[in-house]
Design a protein around this ligand. Sequence first.
Ligand code: GLN
Length: 498
Amino acid sequence: MASFDQLSAKQIAAGVAAGAFSATEVARAALDAIDAREPRVGAFLQVTPELALDAARRVDEARAKGEKLGALAGVPVAVKDNMNLVGTRTTCASRMLENYESPYTATCVQRLLDAGAVPVGKTNMDEFAFGSSTESSAFHRTNNPWDTERVPGGSSGGSAAAVAAGEVPLTLGSDTGGSIRQPAALCGVVGLKPTYGAVSRYGVVAFGSSLDQVGPFARTVEDAALAMNALVGAGRDPLDSTSQDCPVDFLEHLEDPVEGMRVGYIPSLMEAEGLTPEMRAAMRKAMDAFTDQGAELVEIELPHMDAAIAAYYVIGPAEAFSNLARFDGIRYGYQEEGCATLAEQSAASRAHGFGAEAKRRQMLGAYLLSSGVYDEYYFAAQQVRTLITQDYARAFERVDVVLMPASPRTAFKFGEISDPTQMYLSDVFTVSLNIVGNGGVSVPLGLGEESGLPVSAQLVGPAFKDRRLLTFARALERAAGARGTVAPDFAGKGGELA
Ligand code: GLN
């Protein structure tokens, strides 16, 4: 008997296809692992045994009939609770949507299901994806599996923690300013934010519509590639007007050598204040890993990076304010009772339905978009957006990929960062990519010597070169010899597979 958490998504799909075990056995193992581990992780807002066993049975029946199985056949997956999935609530970890039943299934989730994936539940997050620690969830905290006194990062903290705790091999998160890459870094797993437009946003509750992008968490780069094949394989989604075709097989060139390739790095970023010595050491390890494999390190500059956080915290709240206006206490979600007028009902519902950070963002957004203020902030932020986009374009004339930190530091303790602007600085290395749209991936690099917590690096690629980005990520994974692993306190706890 072995725990199913030893298997990658790729191995599970192969095992199911070969008949080594059935999808139903795997689903039961995943549900057992979740049962055994959840009390100490809290990664899930809902677990969906019925949906899982039903999907698994369909995979087993298809196999029995000799039908061709999908690339994720029998692979247990969980998705962030801002993604609609029929048969579940989509709460965005907010009281506002506590009882909101998904009316349809998001394209990204549907595509995993179409590939044979088995949905085991919805994962915890910062309320409406505002945050970097998952502490703003209205429901409960999610612990970092590497140290349960610490946060898993955010906002997709549940999706990162579920993979790091071995509850599932694959999850989906969304990344508006770093919410896939930062929690992946803090939990020691792979997290990919694809290029904006690569993955459909249809059915994902919007935060910043020009910034939001869905992507996978996994313990191996190969599993992230497998997930991407399912997410983009069917081509662009007509239901998301910004979605684009990117017909590539992400597994095909994964093992290509990176010899002769040019890896950019930004000396001033490596020395950035706030980057801890451990993270700096991880950067050096990543640089060595590339030179050892014959890649060339090239110094580059992104002169306007300093303005990225400021621009993001203008554009993000402005878009969030307009997107969240729909939660008006009348049409959707939480409704305050006993109000004399609709205006009162709306005001009271919003006051009680949203948590502090969600209110802060919306008030900020309302202010930034108000007349007189708009030009000074929103318009200026859009100009910064252009400048940073040009910075990256210039950099990618000289290099194939850029190496930078994903997070300034390892996982912090609950309550340790209480000042919102300090929390916003967690995103200092991630937000620029949402501003420009390019893909980025966090790659785990083992544990920091001092903290014993996961450290990682971020790789950034040109737009729509996400496949090659994963080739670099795989090279780093191979050289670092440190694929994401299940946190030791959780490995093997429940979820036996015969
Ligand atoms: N931490 C960032 C924020 O709070 C990013 C969130 C995200 O990517 N969803 O805005």
